[in-house]
Design a binder for this molecule. Structure first.
Ligand code: SIN
Length: 483
């Protein structure tokens, strides 16, 4: 186990219905780097989730009455506490998720930045005074909170995917019941410890852990929940969307991607390789915005593939706590099986292996960072997200061909483009069917920008000045008798 400066951040209990609670039924949680059990968390049935929602409904009334500046102060205190306890929070994250400690530290900064950003946005939720259509009436529109939000978050970013939702929710005046992934619940529980310490009233941020189905069922069927926000697979997102229709709940979805990374011959190849590494191998390839398909102009395809392979062959794979490790374990054995299957399929369909290609000799959930060139478009790794450290490369001859392949997907989250031609930057950025385009840069995420996708990659945007709108209703007021 790990040693923490503030051991109380690591808890096997949940914070809901006004107190820290354990439950008779539990779920074991494992360290993905060695399979050792790190603790057991409550496996809550629907009745317990209902208690949290009923408590949330009461908290909602009070929280909605707070003035934005108060909410801003709470959020800012919370962000500051995250930074104060960054090292402990990062250790908890590496323990349960596996990512290298340096990446966990980065994620804590990233997660806190959403609380900080929305503490500022809370104060800027302006309405409108609308030019009237009749002398005796005045027209206005203002923003109100949607109400209680049920949020469901994934294991790949156990802290930032939560704060990216609760920041805007709390800023808008909504309260949140949060269900973290049962694979990585401790980062969420630690956030609840700090929320309490930041003075955030009980009921404003509650954490409930357990199997996804009963918790999601309660969120979907209980009328207290007016908003569902989910980050995860497109398959589950579609179910949530369909089921939310019954009560016309507001829904935000941040779903899967299949990001193309297009490199034109006029690009700075060294920079493109640097960007490729950042975009593909962050969190061992387990991010929704990770490059999934490399498309490289034929003239430079070999140079790019060999340059990338050379860098990848230098990666150090291992336990995220070990100094110098830059690729941690995958989350579980099913993830290893998927990457392995994608590699075999790409090779069967004519791909040429340049580096890696199999489960790592460390065993368990470790996979060798892999580069395959000459990959067919029909390969599984070009059709769906691999969510692992596999970089498949295919060459193209024309801009049109690159765009056709890039857009031949049902999803459209992130996309990447490397070129030195300004006209092409405009043209290709406009033509790419994606919510986000990163030009000559491998990392696009930050709290100031609208994060989200088009097509089956989701609905709504998180972060930025737009993120708060997902948690706001607009109320129009017509005021007569103004002679
Ligand atoms: C994700 O994988 O869904 C989030 C990645 C990010 O915020 O950069």
């Amino acid at each position: 186990m790990i040693s923490l400066n503030k051991p109380s951040l690591f808890k096997n209990s949940n914070f809901y219905a006004g107190e820290w609670r354990t439950f008779s039924k539990t779920i074991p949680v494992f360290d993905p780097s060695n399979g050792e059990k790190i603790g057991e968390i409550p496996d809550l049935p629907r009745e317990e989730v209902r208690k949290a929602l009923e408590f949330a409904a009461k908290a909602q009334k009070e929280w909605a009455k707070t003035i934005p500046k108060q909410r801003a102060r709470f959020l800012r205190n919370w962000a500051d506490l995250m930074i104060l306890h960054k090292e402990d929070l990062a250790k908890i994250m590496t323990l349960e998720q596996g990512k290298p400690l340096a990446e966990s530290r980065g994620e804590i900064d990233y997660a806190a930045s959403y609380l900080e950003w929305f503490s500022e946005e809370a104060k800027r939720a302006y309405g409108d005074l609308i030019p009237t259509h009749r002398k005796e009436v005045r027209l206005m529109a203002w923003k109100e909170p949607v109400g209680v939000a049920g949020i469901l978050t994934p294991w790949n970013f156990p802290s930032s995917m939560i704060t990216r939702k609760i920041g805007p929710a709390l800023a808008a005046g909504c309260v949140v019941v949060s269900k973290p992934s049962e694979l990585t619940p401790y980062s969420a529980i630690a956030l609840a410890v700090l929320a309490e310490e930041a003075g955030i009233p009980a009921g404003v941020f509650q954490v409930v852990t357990g199997q996804p189905e009963p918790i999601a069922e309660e969120f979907l069927e209980n009328k207290i929940v007016r908003k569902i926000s989910f980050t995860g697979s497109t398959r589950v997102g579609k179910i949530l969307l369909e089921r939310s229709a019954k009560q016309v709940k507001r829904v935000s979805l941040e779903l899967g991607g299949n990001a193309p990374f297009i490199v034109f011959a006029d690009a700075n190849i060294k920079e493109a390789i640097r960007g490729a590494i950042a975009s593909k191998f962050r969190n061992a390839g387990q991010t929704c915005v990770c490059t999934n398909r490399f498309l490289v102009e034929e003239k430079i395809a070999e140079e790019f593939a060999h340059g990338l392979s050379e860098e990848v062959s230098r990666f150090k794979v291992g336990n995220g706590f070990v100094e110098g490790v830059n690729i941690g374990p995958l989350i579980h054995s099913a993830a290893i099986k998927k990457v392995d299957a994608h590699v075999k399929d790409a090779l069967d369909k004519g791909g040429k292996l340049l580096v890696g290609g199999k489960p790592h000799s460390l065993g368990g959930n470790f996979f060798e960072p892999t580069v395959i060139t000459n990959v067919s478009e029909r390969s599984q790794c070009f059709q769906e997200e691999t969510f692992g450290p596999l970089a498949p490369i295919r060459s193209f001859k024309t801009e049109e061909e690159a765009l056709t392949i890039a857009n031949s997907s049902d999803v459209g989250l992130a996309s990447y483009l490397y070129t030195s031609d300004p006209a092409r930057i405009w043209r290709v950025s406009e033509a790419l069917e994606a919510g986000m385009v990163s030009v000559n840069e491998g990392i696009l995420s930050t709290e100031q920008v609208p994060f989200g996708g088009v097509k089956e990659s989701g609905l709504g945007r998180e972060g930025s000045k737009y993120g708060i709108e997902e948690y706001q209703e607009i109320k129009y007021v017509c005021w007569g008798g103004q002679n």
